[in-house]
Design a protein around this ligand. Sequence first.
Ligand code: FES
Length: 96
Amino acid sequence: MSRSDAWRRTAQERGADVTLTVDGEPVHACAGETVATAMLATGTTFERDRTGAPRAPLCNMGTCFECVATVDGRPLTRTCLTPAREGLTIETSGRL
Ligand code: FES
């Protein structure tokens, strides 16, 4: 196996299809992906800053808090550290 093959993922290695609800809209993901990944893949916007400009994941490892949203009622949840699972509800419309 070459080095590039080691990083290649196949459809069989992905988790089961799950559906999240983001601001009332269904978002499809694979179980085990992060919520931030699912939101980015579907073009969902994240929280907005005080000027109304959209935020988006920056570090993708839990340090910048640019990806926060309310997940299942828990505010300021870092979506880059939250695994997607069936039925999660994410709200991004609030201001920080
Ligand atoms: S992207 Fe930085 S904390 Fe989530």
